[in-house]
Design a protein. Structure first.
Length: 319
């Protein structure tokens, strides 16, 4: 198909190259054409001049500059622009209270992970953060230490234990730990039924900062891939699978709230995680336990189980 943009490319003088104000090189674009394009960027940027909120102004100006830079760098065709609008329209149509296609898009482009990196700079030996994901719910059931967060969700039992400390090594009593995970079929409770609660819970650390609970040995699962993000992953030859993981959100007064996961060592997906959430420090050994091995809480349960230790260090609030 011959679009205005492709005609325009044919008309320009091959071999000339220039750069916009951000230093992006545009090849095969005549100086006259570059001037037209740059004039539009300057015009749009100037339209924010009267904005009274300096942060909003900074965001809008940078967004426009990067967006125009992208359009100019790839010489975006009108047909491609239409495809992008159609993609975003479909993402809007499939999004509702429980399905958030724009978060999936952000996650699969690494934008969620990059925002987390920017906002959770390394601090001393504080535990690293990773993606939040769309499956957290506010009203998880409470369990006691040693309780079972699976609530009969299918999967291999996993004993999880550790401590919560600050970066000076002080044990933090009463830290709130939210945990949630997919069951062995790859689904979260809310994917079965918005009101169902299983494989999620919250508990609090003891006076010595320790915690322990039963969960499920994590297994890989696909992100929801029956919408436009799934079609994008297909088109570019990427898998929708997430590395196996167990989600944590840990909070304590005076500490930076930590949103993270732990990932089993030797996971088949591992670094190929489709949302780029894996960090070396979050890979833990989930030790397999043979059937009949007595459990840490003094029981013998049917079948195999696993155990993992996750000692959590919280950075101070405001760093
Ligand atoms: C999750 O871990 O639950 C998740 C994260 C990003 C996209 C989809 C799911
Ligand atoms: Fe998850």
């Amino acid at each position: 198909m011959t679009t205005a943009a492709s005609k325009q490319r044919a008309q320009v003088n091959p071999g000339t190259a220039g750069a916009d104000a951000r230093g992006t090189i545009f090849r095969e674009v005549s100086p006259e054409q570059q001037a037209v394009e740059q004039q539009l960027v300057d015009h749009v940027v100037a339209s924010f001049e009267a904005c009274e909120d300096p942060r909003l102004k900074e965001l809008m100006v940078a967004l426009v500059k990067h967006l125009h830079s992208f359009i100019r760098e790839v010489r975006l065709t009108e047909e491609e622009w239409g495809t992008a609008i159609d993609f975003l329209t479909k993402a809007g149509h499939i999004t509702d209270d429980v399905r958030q296609e724009f978060i999936l898009l952000s996650d699969t482009l690494g934008a969620s992970m990059q925002t987390i990196n920017v906002n959770n700079a390394a601090y001393a030996d504080a535990t690293e953060a990773t993606v939040f994901g769309p499956f957290f719910v506010e009203d998880s059931p409470a369990i006691d230490n040693g309780g079972d967060m699976a609530f009969e969700a299918p999967g291999e039992p996993c004993w999880v234990e550790g401590t919560v400390t600050d970066t000076d090594g002080n044990r933090l009593a009463g830290a709130r730990i939210e945990v949630w995970e997919a069951d062995e079929t790859g689904l979260y409770d809310v994917q079965y039924d918005a009101g169902k609660r299983a494989a999620r819970a919250h508990l609090f650390t003891e006076a010595d900062g320790s915690y322990r609970f039963w969960g499920l040995t994590p297994t890989p699962y696909p992100i929801p891939n029956d919408g436009p993000v799934g079609r994008m992953l297909d088109a570019v030859g990427r898998s929708p699978l997430r590395a196996s993981h167990l989600h944590f959100m840990v909070s304590h007064e005076g500490a930076r709230t930590l949103v993270t996961h732990i990932f089993p060592e030797g996971d088949p997906i591992g670094w190929k995680d489709t949302v780029f959430g894996v960090k070396q420090s979050l890979i833990k050994r989930f030790e397999p336990q043979a059937a009949g091995t007595p459990t840490p809480d003094g029981r013998v349960i049917d079948g195999t189980w696993s155990r993992v230790r996750f000692d959590i260090v919280l950075a101070p609030a405001g760093v």
